[in-house]
Ligand binder design. Sequence first.
Ligand code: FES
Length: 145
Amino acid sequence: MIYTDKVMDHFRNPRNVGVIENADGVGEVGNAKCGDIMRVYLKIEDNMVKDAKFETFGCGSAIASSSMATELIIGKSLEEAWDLSNKAVAEALDGLPPVKMHCSVLAEEAIHKAINDYREKQGLGAWDFEETDHDALHDHVHGEE
Ligand code: FES
């Protein structure tokens, strides 16, 4: 499997790893079967993402995706952060192998959940999104490997 230099860079030196104490929003997504878990912490001020950190227990592509995704949303408005798609994350990494695209979906959804966690705590109401069935994705992907 060929990984781009950017994927390798963000895998070896992930940005924004860790926990934000008293985060304004926390989102966690995981896959029960393979054990990949991603947790995203957001610090939000004036509708802007002031800081973002993540913890990922997963494959290299999941780590690189969370690293890149947090880089891309820091300094953005909540709306812009919400609109960050997994495809944009993969493009910013100069691409992910097709069987690894679902790893970037984890990053997109962890951010969605963290934003909704914040919105619910503020009494703003959650925004709609469809959570992917990660177990099914993994079965599908692993079947192709
Ligand atoms: Fe499950 Fe990458 S996150 S294989």
